[in-house]
Design a protein around this ligand. Structure first.
Ligand SMILES: NC(=O)c1ccc[n+]([C@@H]2O[C@H](COP(=O)([O-])OP(=O)(O)OC[C@H]3O[C@@H](n4cnc5c(N)ncnc54)[C@H](OP(=O)(O)O)[C@@H]3O)[C@@H](O)[C@H]2O)c1
Length: 331
């Protein structure tokens, strides 16, 4: 085989990050036992940070192909668990951090990172979910493991129109929770309601008032934005409720007091989609394939781009204007 297309991220001698579609050879790809012929990838906030150089620390080495997600067919494998023709996916791990990522016609990874495509999902649907869907489902898993249940009361989701947010609204609603959605985009009310949100709150109201505890309004929360909205969530979640801390789109700083923890027993659960045991990864993917309807996923996957279209989507995500998920067609 000659060369193939890849969206490659480089750093010039002055430290400026540049990314573009280029051609490369298989022998220049990162090492691994499984070579995947990629069909689909997706766009996550971290992909936008990595490719624009905004996310200091996302990329641990240069140059690398971007893309933290990939789905496709095994092309070659020296790992006995996988054979040519198997449909597989990889989300997270070290893709586009220390290892060439999913924005390329070929991706080579360690066998331990590879998950067999669960029955009931197409490769495109798997990438519609991608790291975002996996993370939202991991939040549900961690919260329920810690006692969350629909009967305890409503769940609130911040950054609700984003990728993780949209999937969290949908996944929790499907599971029987009453879901309230916090958003900066009040014009997306109909979209959020179509995913199962019962109440929509403007993001401007999700700010601390100065009182460490306010009246408890929610039994739990999924937070995609960090910063002031997370401080607010800590003050409005009921006793013993769980808050899944996923993202920092609104800021990495958290100013709070210990009072929600010691007076209400509120639990702040850190969610990291990278450090998940293989058995749990497989369990979560099976649940995603069976529990979320394909019509909801169709509503959430609003955009499809080729490798050339990536920079425009990155801009949307970094300015907080993206709605739902974008899948990337590799061809
Ligand atoms: N922990 C993990 O393993 C993990 C995995 C995946 C993602 N993440 C993190 O989760 C977050 C969301 O990722 P994503 O891929 O879903 O990104 P996304 O699609 O860009 O969604 C982010 C959403 O957050 C809201 N937002 C953006 N900027 C904001 C601001 N300045 N103030 C308040 N809200 C703002 C917007 O929603 P509204 O307009 O509806 O408010 C936006 O659509 C990111 O921080 C990402 O790094 C973490």
């Amino acid at each position: 085989m000659g060369s193939f297309h890849a969206f490659r991220i480089e750093r010039d001698p002055e430290g400026a990050v540049q990314a573009a579609v280029t051609r490369m050879r298989l022998e220049d790809l990162s090492e691994g036992e499984v070579l995947i012929r990629a069909d689909w990838s997706s766009v996550n906030y971290k992909d936008a940070l990595a490719a624009t150089g905004d996310g200091h620390g996302v990329m641990r080495r240069f140059p690398l192909n971007g893309g933290i997600d990939v789905a496709g067919e095994v092309s070659e494998s020296s790992d006995p668990r996988f054979a040519p023709g198997d449909e597989v996916l990889v989300t997270g791990h070290r893709l586009s951090e220390t290892h060439d990522g999913g924005y390329a016609e070929y991706v080579r990874v360690p066998g331990d990172w590879v998950i067999r495509l669960p029955e009931g999902l197409s490769l495109r649907e798997a990438m519609g979910l991608g790291t975002a869907g996996f993370t939202a489902a991991l939040a549900l898993h961690r919260m329920e493991e810690n006692g969350q249940a629909p009967a305890l009361g409503p769940i609130v989701v911040t950054g609700a129109t984003g990728g993780v947010g949209s999937l969290a609204v949908s996944i929790f609603a499907h599971r029987g929770y009453t879901v309230h959605a916090v958003t900066t985009k009040l014009d997306q009310r109909a979209y959020l309601e179509s995913l199962g949100a019962e109440e929509i709150l403007p993001a401007a109201e999700a700010r601390p008032t100065g009182k460490p505890l306010q009246s408890a309004r929610f039994a739990g929360a999924v937070d995609c934005v960090g910063g002031a909205p997370l401080a607010w969530l800590l003050s409005v979640v009921s006793p013993l409720g769980n808050i899944a801390a996923i993202g920092n789109a609104a800021g990495a700083e958290l100013r709070t007091t210990v009072l929600p923890f010691i007076l209400r027993g509120v639990n702040l659960l850190g969610i990291n989609s990278t450090f998940v045991a293989r058995e749990l990864q497989e369990e979560i993917w099976t649940r995603l394939a069976t529990e979320l309807g394909s019509s909801e996923l169709k509503r959430i996957v609003r955009n499809e781009v080729s490798l050339e279209g990536l920079p425009t989507v990155f801009e949307l995500l970094l300015s907080g204007r993206a709605v739902g998920r974008t899948v990337v067609r590799i061809d």
